[in-house]
Design a protein around this ligand. Structure first.
Ligand code: COA
Length: 153
């Protein structure tokens, strides 16, 4: 059964929302760079924010999901997929042609989820995470490379 969420745009980023954003991007430098210009949409259950997605317009007719995160206790319930579907519909309605997203080579779940949503792998930025992030492991794999994915809308 699909969990019922309400998705709404926000302008202000409080401490709790910033924490959630750090879950989706462990680099505060990068986060601080796009946080102001990104369009931020939160998923709410009752009045609690349980997820967030941030999109930016990278070039004409191209949007990129630069951050997506769901609170740990609400993960694997379909909320991430609903947030991505919301962005896809909005991107199509806005006559965009490409929706992009990037994730680490260690993000097995993310790579699976994004492909299930319609994204394809279009490239790799070798050592992106080594250069821009603190070292971290996921699924026992060192996160080194950025897997670039795109959906042709
Ligand atoms: N391997 C493969 N697939 C997996 C998996 C695994 N280990 N664990 C879960 N999945 C699949 C599920 O089966 C599900 O697909 P299905 O609905 O077809 O069954 C999908 O991944 C998860 O979908 P959903 O429940 O909508 O995801 P979510 O609400 O947990 O949100 C994230 C996904 C990535 C946003 C969330 O897990 C998160 O916040 N993670 C931490 C932050 C992060 O990594 N952000 C992305 C940075 S690129």
């Amino acid at each position: 059964m699909t969990i019922k969420i309400v998705i709404e745009e926000i302008d202000q980023v409080d401490k709790d929302i910033y924490e959630l954003l750090l879950l989706g991007d462990s680099s505060p430098d990068m986060l601080n760079d796009y946080i102001g210009r990104g369009h931020k949409y939160v998923a709410k259950i009752s009045e609690e924010v349980v997820g967030i997605v941030v999109i930016i317009n990278t070039r004409p007719k191209t949007l990129e999901i630069v951050n997506i995160a769901v609170k740990e206790e609400f993960q694997n319930k379909g909320i991430g997929k609903q947030l991505i579907k919301f962005v896809i519909n909005m991107a199509r309605a806005g006559k965009n042609e490409i929706l992009a997203i990037g994730t680490g080579n260690c993000g097995i779940k993310q790579i699976t989820l994004y492909q299930k949503c319609g994204f394809r792998i279009v490239g790799v930025d070798p050592d992106f995470f080594i250069k821009h992030h603190e070292e971290f492991y996921e699924n026992g794999i060192l996160c080194r490379d950025m897997i670039r994915m795109k959906m042709y809308l």
